[in-house]
Design a protein around this ligand. Structure first.
Ligand code: ADP
Length: 245
């Protein structure tokens, strides 16, 4: 199944093009690393993919449906850039926040024992079960992002979209977080990850989309590493390419 399909998508804020003529697909089970210099249109492209912005031209499908008709929100877990830095204003516990992931499934019904079990499993999978009764706004950035992932798991999302999820997270927790993403991907969850550290992306992702308004590369990680796409996309701006290790 094709999870995301973009066909000649263009979008401008006012008259400033942010995404120009981008075509790409994300297939079920992919781990797509979305990279490019600062201000190159990564967040904009992700928002277009998820239907949060409407393209000026081109066609977008999400789970084989036109994105503007798509209404299975619980299939998508989205961790925005702000999500990890702000706790939200509602005083809810981690368990309550993750339980919200079940609401779409129970409809007007009550949360039942099996929903509670799914929530407990999700908390355990991301490794924050001992924090279940803490307030979300008391968590560290790294713990909070795990809580968001747990909520997506509880809602049985099959696409996780993450926008620089480890900004402000220490190196050790970061590594553990990316291991978690990789194991979720091994369990068939499709992942789209915006990340400025190219090393993380080439280590973990099987597919790369490299953009700077236009798409410089879309394909598997090996062919990206062997190509000149990185220098071409970053060369235009003179920005430093971050490598890890
Ligand atoms: P990236 O995620 O790669 O840093 P963005 O998608 O956030 O890039 O931004 C792409 C371009 O669009 C940048 O030039 C940015 O300044 C501009 N931009 C982003 N959001 C807005 C907005 N809400 N209004 C106007 N311009 C924006």
């Amino acid at each position: 199944m094709t999870v995301v399909d973009l066909d000649h998508v263009t979008f401008a804020y006012d008259d400033q093009p942010a995404v120009r003529d981008v075509s790409l697909t994300v297939e079920e089970g992919d781990f797509l690393g979305l990279i490019g210099p600062n201000g190159s249109g990564k967040t904009t492209l992700l928002h277009l993919m998820l239907g949060l912005l409407e393209p000026d031209s081109g066609r977008i499908e999400l789970f084989d449906e036109p994105v503007d008709a798509f209404d299975d929100g619980e299939r998508i877990g989205y961790v925005s850039q702000q999500a990890t830095s702000r706790g939200g204003t509602m005083p809810v516990t981690v368990r309550e926040a993750v339980t919200m992931g079940r609401f779409a499934h129970v409809g007007h019904g009550r949360i039942r024992e099996d929903d509670r079990e799914i929530v407990a499993d999700a908390l355990e999978t991301v490794g924050i079960d001992e924090l279940a009764d803490r307030q979300v706004n008391q968590l560290s950035g790294g713990q909070r992002q795990r809580a968001y992932i747990a909520r997506a798991l509880a809602s049985e999302a099959d696409l996780l979209a993450l926008d620089e999820p480890t900004v402000g997270v220490d190196a050790e927790s970061r590594d553990a977080f990316y291991q978690l993403l990789e194991s979720l991907n091994d369990d068939e969850i499709t992942i789209i990850l915006i990340e400025h550290d190219i090393g993380v992306v080439t280590d973990r992702a099987n597919r790369i989309a490299c953009i700077n308004t236009e798409l410089y590369h879309h394909g598997d990680t090996e062919s990206f590493v062997e190509s000149d796409a990185l220098t071409e996309a970053y060369g235009a701006t003179g920005q430093v390419v971050h490598h890890h290790h």
